[in-house]
Design a protein around this ligand. Structure first.
Ligand SMILES: [Zn+2]
Length: 134
């Protein structure tokens, strides 16, 4: 289980831009790295093209997994957005959490994007601290 994810400001912004561009649809992607430190943000197309759910494009996801492995990195997290909330993991997110990785959820809160990290295991959700390096 992960308690924290460490990201650079650039990686944070890269996710934010992607998430913002996809509105009103949910956006998604992968976070690759080592231990708790994210090294790469990989943007993945939401095949569902839906404002209420995401399904990673299977081809892009497979390519990303290959890339992560061939670069000696691990899959640390999956991120996706909730353009219409909630800021926590949804019932669907909990039911469909298939990998033992951190889940980073971007939600639109009034007039800004908010991101929170979660660990989802056996239907239980615990917070993962997101640390952004200056
Ligand atoms: Zn969700």
């Amino acid at each position: 289980m992960k308690r924290q994810l460490i990201l650079s400001k650039t990686q944070w912004q890269e996710m934010l831009d992607h998430v913002h561009r996809q509105v009103p649809l949910e956006a998604c992607g992968l976070l690759a790295g080592k231990n708790d430190r994210v090294e790469n943000v990989i943007l993945v197309r939401n095949q569902a093209q839906s404002p209420a759910r995401f399904v990673m494009d299977p081809y892009e996801q497979l390519q990303a997994f290959d890339w992560i492995e061939s670069n000696g990195l691990d899959l640390l997290g999956i991120f996706h957005s909730h353009p219409a909330g909630p800021e926590t993991a949804s019932v669907t997110d909990i039911a469909e959490a298939a990998y033992e990785v951190a889940h980073l959820i971007w939600s639109w809160d009034q007039n800004r994007w908010l991101a929170r990290g979660f660990w989802i295991e056996n239907g239980r959700v615990t917070e993962v601290t997101l640390q952004i390096l200056e």
